[in-house]
Write a protein that binds this ligand. Sequence first.
Ligand code: GLU
Length: 462
Amino acid sequence: MTETETASAPRATAARGGDPLERIYADVLRRNPGETEFHQAVREVLETLGPVLARRPELAEARILERVCEPERQIVFRVPWTDDAGRVHVNRGFRIEFSSTLGPYKGGLRFHPSVNLGIVKFLGFEQIFKNALTGLPIGGGKGGSDFDPKNRSDAEVMRFCQSFMTELHRSLGEYTDVPAGDIGVGAREIGYLFGQYKRITNRHESGVLTGKGVGWGGARGRTEATGYGCVLFTEEMLRSRGTGLDGRSVVVSGSGNVALYAIEKAQQLGATVLTCSDSDGYVLDRKGVDVELLKEIKEAGRGRVSDYAEARGGDCRYVPGGRIWEVPCEVALPCATQNELTEDDAVGLVRGGVLAVAEGANMPTTPAAVRALREAGVAFGPGKAANAGGVAVSALEMQQNASRDSWEFAHTEERLTGIMRHIHDSCHTTAERYGSPGDYVVGANIAGFEPVADAMLAQGLV
Ligand code: GLU
């Protein structure tokens, strides 16, 4: 079955009365009204699973898909806190414990004003399959808050984190649910969250959070892992087409953790990274982004990319409010946020001769853009495969915590390289096995779904 047939099959047969995938999707829409990002993430997965259900009727009989689309538990809570002036604020906290089939719920926390139930559910749903692809024993979950850490003092962020954890701690545990960072949650926030968990529980339970400081249970290489992993995955995609990153021009969006280390690794592999961006605009640096300078600017006072352009000088140009994807390149790595690369952007990238696109962020490419890239034969690495390096090293952090060990950076990097190769190869062979050679969307969805489905069957109706 071709990818277009796979995508359109549910709709067509639904009209004839009763395609199971279309019925499941309609149920998801009805039961989760208004949660557009969650609908998008579910649709994207369901569209590729028709051939699996056709081969394995036992999965439909056990209602595996209906069960996997319904979180095991949804926690929504109030987070009151005071700012430095003593004013009271009230935010909303979320933790979606989506699937514990393969291991403890695992996934980050996002602090951003856009966070709502639908966004956390989309991220949690993606996380189930992403985590399964790593081959490590981790289930899927996600959480966060509509709290905006921008322009907040350290003391305000600490009070917010303490209030958040005071409520959430009862749901966590190294064998139960293990959060980490995501947008707006980095080393500082993980530190405050861990401190409060430790104080409330009176346990130095290292494995309850990942992304910790290296001096107190954190894994060396966790900070770099998502960006490095995304580039390693891209290199594998290019290699399977007989080429590589060496000498290539790369456009990276974002300037957070994922973007920074994607830039670093791409340049280590011989590419020139032309750009980085934030919510205000992008930087075009034809000589290649100076990643050490960018890190310095980001670390000192949480700087903007306009500050980078100013400090860099020379030909480096800051484009306020511009569309980063208008910069022609051979490889594009969207590493900022969901739905940042649209159909028009994709068409422009194809026209400019792009060879590969890999998602460093979660679902940064809109469905229409994904379609345009796949139809043009561009190697497209979906986030659940391409950005799985971060959560994979989180699982390695849990492993180090459980054995009270601390590995060298080089050891983690070696493991990460092996894991990204394994993910690439299993997506590749699965796509072939299901008649869609070279299609990493089909490969990632099916290779992520099958181990979860098999374990659900084995574990009975829970
Ligand atoms: N937030 C990251 C992701 O989207 C990492 C999650 C983790 O390390 O648990 O995969």
